[in-house]
Design a protein around this ligand. Structure first.
Ligand code: NG6
Ligand code: CA
Length: 506
C-alpha cells in the first residue's frame, strides 16, 4: 500500500513537472561563440598538434564535433549576414566586406535570429564584432544615437566593434552610443579622403608598433595604422590588447544578469582577426607569434564562458556552438610573423585555400555543438550543414513560426544539430571572393567559372577563381587537387544546373 502511494506521489510529481521539463528542453540558453578567421585545422579537436585548444575542445567532448559544416562565405560580412538572417548573402546587394562607416546592411523589417529568440521570450545580446553596418543609408552618426543597429535587429543589448579591429572608428558601440565618448572631442570618420589631424602609417611609419604589410596604412590608433581615417573620440578608443577581455567581460556580465531566464548570446569575439594584439598574458604562449597567441587567447576566453556557465549551474541547459566566420589567413595585412612562425601548423587542416577562397579552406570550418541535458557526449557528425541553417533550426526548437519569406535559405537542421540525425542538407552553395559561386552536393563540389583573380599575391592565398569549371570529389580529395570536370562532364552539367536553379529560387 505504502509502495503504491509512493508510486502515485512520484507519478503526480512527474506529471506536474513534465510540462516544465518539456519546456526546459525547448528553451535552453543559447551561446554562439563566433570566432574570426579561425580555420578548420586551428583547433586541437580537429587535429591541430602545434597548438592546443583545450577549452574549445571541451565543447566537442560535451557534444558533437561536426566535420562537414560551413559558413556561407569566405569573408566576414556575408557570413555574418547569412548567420543572422538565414538568407544567402549573394542574394542581396551590398553584403561584401563592409567599410567601417557603412549603413546597416540588414533591413529593419528582415527577421533575424535575435528576433526569433526575442519572440520566444529570451533576453538577447550581441557582444563582439558586428561588421554588418550601422545607421541609415548614409551610415552612422558616431556622435549621436546610432540607429538602426543591433537593437532594431532583435538584440536587447549590444556591445560591439562596429566593423573590424583593423578598421576605423576604433571605438566600441554600446547599444546606440559610442561607449565613453567625450562630447567635446567628437569623432569624424572617412573612408575616402584623409583627415589630417592624426598621422597615418603611410606618412609616419616610425610611429608604428606593428608595421603593415599591405593596405592598413591610414590613421594610426594605438601605434597601429588602420583601414580608413578618423579623428577625435580619444577617450573612447579601445585598447587592442584588452579587446578580448573587454568583450568577454561584457559577455560575462550579460550571462550573470540573465542567469535566471532564457538568454541568447551571440558572442562574436574578435580573435584571431588582424591586427593580432593579444593581451600580454598570452604573448609567447604558442611559440607561433601573435596569430598563435591570439588562438590561445581565444581558447582561454572560451574557457571563461564555459567556466561561468559551470559556476552558475547553467551548463546542462545551455546550447553552446563554436564556429568561425571564414577560413584562416596568415598575412592579412600586418607584419606579425604569422608566416615565419607557423611551425608547420596547418590552419585549414587538409584543405586547400583559406579566407577569400572558394576552395574548402575558405568556408569549411570548425563547428562544435553541446547541450548536455539533451545531446549525448563525444559524437562526431559528418552531416552537411551550414551556419545559414541555424535560424530555421532554432525557430523549430523554440516553436516559433518564421514569417513568410524570412530566412529563405535556412533549412531546419535541428535533428542534425542535436545529434538525432545524420541527414544534412541535400546541397549547399558557398561563396568566395570574386564573382561566381560553388555548390556542394554529396561528395561533389562544383566551382563555377569565374573571371576573378586566381591568387591574392600579397596574401599568398588561392581564391579558387578559374575561368574553367572545376569539379572535385571531396570524399577522396578534400584538398581539391585534381579537377575532374573533363572526366565527369555530366556531373558538371548537373551541378551547374542545380546551382543556377538554387540561385534563381528565392
Ligand atoms: C580586407 C583587409 C583585411 C581584412 C578583410 C576583412 C586590406 C588590404 N585587407 O580588405 O585585412 O580586414 O578586409 O576581414 O585592407 S573580415 O574577416 O572582416 O572579412
Ligand atoms: Ca573574418
Amino acid at each position: 500500500m505504502l509502495k503504491l502511494h509512493i508510486y502515485i506521489v512520484a507519478a503526480c510529481l512527474f506529471l506536474q513537472n513534465a510540462p516544465l521539463l518539456a519546456q526546459k528542453n525547448s528553451t535552453p540558453n543559447v551561446v554562439i561563440i563566433y570566432s574570426d578567421d579561425v580555420g578548420y585545422g586551428d583547433i586541437s579537436c580537429n587535429g591541430a598538434t602545434k597548438i592546443q585548444t583545450p577549452h574549445i575542445d571541451r565543447i566537442a567532448n560535451m557534444g558533437i564535433r561536426f566535420t562537414n559544416a560551413y559558413a556561407t562565405s569566405s569573408t566576414c560580412t556575408p557570413s555574418r549576414y547569412a548567420l543572422l538572417t538565414g538568407e544567402y548573402p549573394w542574394r542581396k546587394e551590398g553584403t561584401g566586406i563592409a567599410a567601417g562607416n557603412a549603413g546597416s546592411i540588414i533591413d529593419k523589417d528582415q527577421t533575424t535570429m535575435g528576433d526569433i529568440f526575442q519572440q520566444a521570450g529570451y533576453q538577447t545580446a550581441v557582444i563582439g564584432k558586428w561588421h554588418l553596418g550601422l545607421g541609415g543609408k548614409s551610415g552612422p552618426d558616431w556622435n549621436g544615437s546610432i540607429k538602426p543597429g543591433p537593437q532594431e535587429l532583435g538584440f536587447n543589448y549590444s556591445f560591439i566593434i562596429p566593423a573590424t579591429p583593423d578598421r576605423v572608428p576604433c571605438v566600441y558601440v554600446e547599444n546606440d552610443r559610442v561607449a565613453n565618448l567625450d562630447p567635446h572631442d567628437p569623432i569624424s570618420v572617412s573612408y575616402s579622403k584623409p583627415i589630417l589631424d592624426l598621422p597615418t602609417g603611410k606618412d609616419h611609419p616610425e610611429l608604428l608598433t606593428m608595421m603593415y604589410s599591405h593596405g592598413h596604412d591610414q590613421t594610426i590608433i594605438n601605434g597601429i595604422s588602420r583601414i580608413g581615417y578618423m579623428k577625435g573620440g580619444k577617450s573612447a578608443w579601445w585598447k587592442d590588447e584588452w579587446m578580448a577581455d573587454d568583450i568577454t567581460e561584457k559577455a560575462i556580465e550579460f550571462i550573470r544578469k540573465n542567469q535566471s531566464q532564457p538568454f541568447f548570446l551571440y558572442y562574436a569575439i574578435q580573435d584571431i582577426h588582424v591586427p593580432r594584439v593579444p593581451n600580454p598574458r598570452y604573448i609567447g604562449k604558442s611559440g607561433m607569434g601573435p596569430r598563435g597567441d591570439a588562438l590561445v587567447e581565444l581558447d582561454d576566453n572560451t574557457g571563461k564562458i564555459l567556466n561561468l556557465l559551470d559556476s552558475l549551474q547553467l551548463t546542462n541547459n545551455t546550447l553552446v556552438i563554436f564556429s568561425s566566420d571564414n577560413g584562416p589567413i596568415l598575412d592579412d595585412g600586418y607584419q606579425d610573423q604569422a608566416v615565419e612562425k607557423l611551425n608547420h601548423h596547418m590552419p585549414a587542416g587538409p584543405m586547400r585555400g583559406g579566407k577569400y577562397s572558394k576552395f574548402e579552406g575558405g568556408t569549411h570550418l570548425p563547428f562544435l555543438v553541446c547541450w548536455p541535458a539533451v545531446i549525448p557526449k563525444k559524437q562526431v557528425s559528418n552531416a552537411l550543414i551550414s551556419q545559414v541553417d541555424l535560424i530555421a533550426s532554432f525557430a523549430r526548437l523554440l516553436q516559433q513560426d518564421l514569417p513568410s519569406g524570412a530566412a529563405p535559405d535556412s533549412q531546419d537542421m535541428l535533428d542534425v544539430l542535436l545529434g538525432r540525425s545524420e541527414k544534412g542538407r541535400n546541397n549547399l552553395i558557398v561563396q568566395g571572393s570574386g564573382n561566381g559561386l560553388a555548390i556542394i552536393k554529396g561528395n561533389w563540389k562544383y566551382i563555377g567559372p569565374s573571371k576573378g583573380i586566381p591568387l591574392l599575391k600579397e596574401k599568398n592565398m588561392e581564391t579558387g577563381n578559374n575561368p574553367l569549371p572545376q569539379l572535385y570529389d571531396l570524399d577522396n580529395d578534400i584538398g581539391e587537387t585534381v579537377n575532374l570536370a573533363t572526366v565527369y562532364p555530366d556531373m558538371v552539367r548537373e551541378l551547374s544546373a542545380l546551382l543556377e536553379q538554387v540561385q534563381q529560387r528565392k
